[in-house]
Design a protein around this ligand. Structure first.
Ligand code: ADP
Length: 622
């Protein structure tokens, strides 16, 4: 029979599995059991929703047996089974979900280490087995099939006799070597230990024939051994257990296994309610964003269980967009089993649960912000974009709900601070929450516009992410204090604005405005400059940073912020400009252009004609 080749990614994964380091090998059992349980879930669910199929509770189980003589481990399940096509599709190609995540990460510095930590699926069998066979029969079909492979060089599928629907997987263990002992997986205590460790919560009984001893009937002083079938798992899912019974590690292991993450979550929320609706929820806040989080492909949602049976993998109605990164599950006895997606959308119970969870997540985040700042910073580094975007999105519908979760870099503290922290330590005479935006902290610190505010001793929030200014403008106020950009021209810094007394040379500014044409809205004497000579500020809601961002998006409609060229009337440059006005208008025109270009370069924007700028500078030196 001709061998089929694995799809290329599958082959690479397979090679990794075969050569993985020893300590991770034990997880093969957890992976195969979890697949078996999923397969039974599928059939169970089908039976619940199709009245033509009926089952006994006892019909669903997973059975493990070991054969020391032949050095095999066999796993039998009474699940849905696979058709011939499904065998090719599922076991000849890399699977989606966890395995895909794995692909993305496996070249990372953690490399092979991640194998031990999350779901890598069926192929993990090859960490311990030389040869693997899968005999399977799909529920409702007449024929069974046998898949067989000895690793990376391919697999075969042929028809086989199988009386019941379900799947039997047989692992032919590798020979033990000096460093690696595979024979231990043939020991009952080892198998039952692994099941307790990784698969205790599996909903179906995991049975094994275990060796026991009893006094002989004819001679009670002597003992004989016999085999008895035992169920090795407690079958209580972790979210139904008492919090007191559970350790931090129990939650972490469950999270990694279930949600295929190789890093621990920053927060676990185990909560329940009884009353109008009753439910149990187990939620996790990841410590990093999945690679596809900020793409259209990412689907938010929680797993939904009705009385312990999973009825939906990603129920999006349970999570608001702003917390779309939360992973976890909800189990409620108040939901019917064969509820459809359409009905769910309008389900009142579900809405109530979603409302509770939204509040709960927020309050846990706030607690973390207060008591575990380091963890919160980790969380914030991963998901601040989501929070800020949600503040801005939908016309600011969620802005008040989310504002106290935000943090920005503080000029004073040199680290991220919350808005509450900022407002609470504002100076008595300070009216506004000042902010400055730019691409990096270092660049913002040097902006001429920040000088006066910093000199006053006021704190400035430095906004470096592209969504920041949109979020801040949408907030417009926090605890009754208005936000004000240091680039807005009028900083309203109170009493000592002696610059106001400057007698503006109206003629000079009119001439300069004329020279610049529609590049600027106005040229004026600055109220915000101290040591610097010129800068650009903007008039209106659109800032230069926002202009940059909006214009970088694919659209024909380019926007333009209303620019104002500000001149420091105390500077020598100003005096020079005044004298040029009477002596050399032509030169004044050129110099004005250069000043404008210099001011926008300081903002990180290229002049329209960089070569003209360079030539102009040279001419000036000449
Ligand atoms: P994953 O479980 O992440 O999808 P796997 O590589 O473990 O990836 O499995 C691939 C697919 O093979 C599964 O999604 C499932 O459809 C099928 N499969 C694996 N084991 C079984 C089984 N015991 N019974 C039925 N189908 C199975």
């Amino acid at each position: 029979m001709a061998k089929r080749q694995f799809k290329s990614e599958s082959k690479r994964l397979l090679e990794l599995m075969i050569n993985s380091i020893y300590t991770h090998k034990e997880i093969f059992l957890r992976e195969l059991i979890s697949n078996a349980s999923d397969a039974i879930d599928k059939l169970y669910y089908k039976a619940l929703t199709d009245e033509n199929i009926s089952f006994n509770k006892d019909d669903f189980f997973i059975k493990i047996s070991v054969d020391k003589g032949n050095r095999t481990i066999t796993l039998e399940d009474t699940g849905i089974g696979m058709s011939e096509d499904e065998l090719h599709e599922n076991l000849g190609t890399i699977a989606k979900s966890g395995s895909l995540d794995f692909k993305q990460n496996k070249e990372s510095k953690d490399g092979i280490d991640i194998i031990g930590q999350f779901g890598v699926g069926f192929y993990s069998a090859f960490m311990v087995a030389e040869t693997v066979t899968v005999e399977t029969k799909k529920h409702g079909s007449d024929s069974g099939y046998k898949w067989e492979s000895s690793g990376a060089d391919g697999y075969t599928v042929k028809e086989t006799e199988k009386d019941k629907a379900g799947t039997v997987i047989t692992l032919y263990l590798k020979e033990s070597t000096e460093d690696e002992n595979y024979d231990e997986f043939l020991e009952e205590y080892r198998i039952s230990g692994l099941i307790k460790k990784y698969s205790d919560y599996i909903r179906y009984p995991i049975k094994m024939l275990v060796t026991k001893s009893r006094p002989k009937t004819d001679n009670e002083k002597e003992y004989e051994t016999y085999k008895e079938e035992e169920t090795l798992n407690s079958m209580v899912p972790i979210w139904r257990k008492n919090k007191q019974e559970l350790s931090e590690d129990d939650y972490k292991n469950f999270y990694r296994e279930k949600f295929y993450d190789y890093q621990d979550p920053v927060k676990t929320i185990h909560t329940s309610a009884d009353g109008m609706v009753s439910y149990k929820a187990l939620l996790f806040i990841p410590s990093h964003a999945p690679f596809d989080y900020f793409t259209k492909e990412y689907e938010k949602g929680l797993q939904l269980y009705a009385s312990g049976v999973m009825i939906m993998d990603k129920c999006e109605e349970l999570l608001p967009d702003c917390f779309g990164f939360v992973r976890g599950l909800v189990d409620s006895a108040d939901l019917s089993l064969n509820i459809s997606r359409e009905i769910l959308q309008h389900d009142r119970q579900l809405k109530i649960i979603a409302g509770h969870l939204k509040k709960k997540i927020k309050s846990e985040l706030l607690l973390m912000q207060k008591n575990e700042r380091e963890n919160y910073e980790k969380f914030f580094a991963a998901f601040s974009r989501q929070l800020k975007f949600s503040v801005y999105n939908e016309f600011g519908r969620e802005k008040d709900f989310l504002s106290d979760l935000l943090m920005f870099f503080s000029s004073k503290e040199k680290k991220l601070v919350t808005l509450t922290e900022y407002v609470e330590r504002m100076a008595q005479d300070q009216k506004y929450i000042y902010y400055a935006s730019g691409t990096t902290i270092e660049k913002i610190e040097k902006l001429p516009q920040t000088e006066m505010v910093l000199d006053k001793g006021y704190e400035i929030l430095y906004l470096t992410e592209d969504v920041d200014e949109f979020a801040v403008q949408m907030l417009s106020k926090f605890m009754d204090k208005e936000f004000k950009s240091v680039s807005s021209g009028d900083l309203d810094l109170g009493e000592d604005e002696n610059k106001e007394e400057v007698i503006e040379n109206k003629e000079l500014f009119a001439f300069m405005k004329d020279a610049l044409g529609d590049k600027v809205k106005e040229v004026k004497a600055s109220k915000i400059l101290k040591t610097h000579s010129v800068c650009i500020t903007t008039d209106g809601a659109l800032s230069l940073e926002m202009e940059k961002l909006l214009n970088s998006m694919p659209s024909d409609n380019k926007v333009k912020a209303q620019r104002v060229l500000e001149i420091n009337a105390d500077s020598n440059v100003y005096k020079k400009l005044e004298s040029l006005l009477s002596s050399d208008k032509d030169k004044l025109r050129k110099v004005t252009g250069l000043l404008y270009d210099a001011a926008i370069i300081a903002q990180g924007i290229m002049p329209d004609e960089p070569v003209d700028f360079a030539d102009g500078i040279c001419e000036l030196i000449d």
